[in-house]
Design a protein around this ligand. Structure first.
Ligand code: ADP
Length: 454
């Protein structure tokens, strides 16, 4: 493929160069001819002027045609023209050519006469009075100048031919170099694409320079990197899910085997433990379902939401739980209007997840506060707690799926590390951002903000 492309490119280069040379040659020829003709005309006219002046002088001095008749031949011979003088009645008085042809160079002038050039006609004036007309024909002059012009044109043509040869070779080389550069890049890309297609997601293209090919290679690398990232995420997710499923399942299995073998009594306490594990399984499945839904859904039913009312109403659902855990719970609306555009179901889920985390990770006697805010352009809410906080090294990852800062602890509280991932996905899909600030032992603050609707 690259061979064909390279050949086509080189051929285009050569064709273009040859066409350019031919066009330049043609234009040069036309302009040269035009200029030569102009030059010829102007020199002929200057010569004619001198001839007429001589004839007028001769007539004036002798006041007869006799002198003119005698001198016409001489003037014609020396100037290489045929001069024909007519009187006022149109009668031919003198013709230099007939005179010339009788002379020594008769044959030469007869031949010259066959190649007639431009003929000019003038009035012969003596003291402002017309006494006759003169026709001057330049013999061989066209040919004479053509010979010079031809010589010049030939020189130009030769120079052009040399230039054409040099340029064609240059075009061939340039075309080859350029096409090689292009095809090498293309070949690398198609090789990488082939490897990617075969499933080798580590394939990358070497990027050099900043031309369109380099941009294309860059985009291709980016695409490959994303594919690789998605692929490893998918693998990790599958691993995480199976791990999360196995733990409660193993527990249930071992309880049931113990009941069957009579090692453990199937009493109320043990059955409650089995039931709890099945609840965990149920929770995991529903969390996964929600993640799957978020992955495939855009905020469908966005409406204008008054955060002051909505957040307060959703937060109130947690009051009983907070009180049961002996946590002081504050809810503060903003003083300003805080309206945003959101999907109410999604927004309720965001508030619910953040508050259930605050409840989970704040020991009794602690404090949880929900506050709505609105500044010039943004509106949102914060969920602050005085709980266990998140260590700095875990903070950048807590929004990732299945990430838990302290797996044993969060398992004890029934978490799978999906809650915050869901929060982030939901907030993002509604055009907002979620951020966190936390200090271990002191507490955390989650901040969710959206563009304010005026
Ligand atoms: P989980 O179901 O484990 O709570 P999340 O995605 O909701 O999963 O949270 C991820 C991790 O972030 C948790 O395991 C926990 O370590 C940490 N985390 C979340 N919220 C808080 C909080 N309010 N205080 C302290 N740690 C938190």
């Amino acid at each position: 493929m690259s061979g064909k492309f390279s050949r086509k490119l080189t051929l285009t280069f050569v064709v273009l160069t040859v066409a350019a040379i031919l066009l330049t040659g043609l234009a040069a020829n036309v302009i040269l001819n035009w200029n030569f003709r102009r030059y010829l005309r102007s020199t002929q006219e200057a010569q004619n002027k001198r001839i007429i002046e001589t004839l007028e002088e001769l007539y004036r001095d002798a006041t007869s045609w006799q002198a003119v008749r005698h001198s016409t031949w001489y003037v014609g011979t020396t100037t290489g023209t045929q001069i024909q003088v007519f009187d006022l009645h149109g009668q031919l008085i003198a013709d230099s050519l007939t005179g010339m042809m009788q002379g020594m160079h008769g044959m030469r002038w007869r031949r010259a006469g066959e190649q007639r050039g431009n003929t000019y006609e003038y009035s012969l004036l003596i003291n402002g009075q017309q006494v006759g007309t003169v026709e001057i024909t330049h013999l061989e002059q066209e040919g004479l100048f053509d010979r010079e012009a031809l010589l010049f044109r030939n020189t130009v043509a030769q120079a052009m031919a040399v230039a054409a040869l040099v340029l064609t070779v240059a075009a061939l080389l340039a075309g080859k170099l350029l096409s090689e550069k292009l095809t090498v890049g293309l070949a690398r890309m198609s090789e990488a694409a082939r490897r990617l297609g075969r499933g080798d997601l580590s394939a990358r293209v070497e990027v050099a320079g900043d031309d369109e090919l380099a941009v294309l290679a860059g985009s291709m690398n980016e695409m490959a990197a994303r594919l690789q990232e998605q692929n490893s995420l998918r693998k990790k997710l599958t691993g995480d899910i199976s791990h999360e499923l196995r733990t409660p399942l193993t527990t249930v299995q071992s309880y049931l085997e113990a009941f069957r073998d009579g090692v453990m009594p199937a009493d109320e306490k043990n059955l409650a433990a089995v039931l709890e594990e099945t609840h965990r399984l149920g929770n995991l499945v529903s969390d996964l379902q929600e993640l799957a839904v978020v992955d495939h859904r855009k905020p469908a039913k966005t409406v204008i939401v008054n955060l002051n009312e909505f957040v307060m109403k959703e937060a109130e659902r947690f009051r009983a739980g907070m009180e049961r855990s002996q946590i002081v719970f504050h809810c503060r609306p903003a003083r300003e209007d805080a309206r945003i555009r959101a999907d109410e179901e999604m927004l309720a889920k965001v508030i619910g997840n953040l508050l259930s985390n605050a409840l989970k990770y704040t020991p009794g006697g602690g404090e949880v506060a929900v506050e709505v805010f609105a500044d010039g352009k943004q509106a949102g809410f914060t969920v602050r707690d005085s709980g266990i906080g998140v260590a700095r090294e875990h903070l950048p990852y807590i929004f990732e799926r299945f990430y838990r800062a302290d797996p044993s602890r969060s398992r004890a509280t029934g978490g799978f590390g999906i809650g915050l991932a869901l929060v982030q996905e939901l907030v993002r899909s509604m055009g907002g951002v979620v951020s966190v600030q936390s200090e271990p032992g002191k507490g955390s603050e989650f901040r969710v903000e959206f563009p304010l609707v005026p």
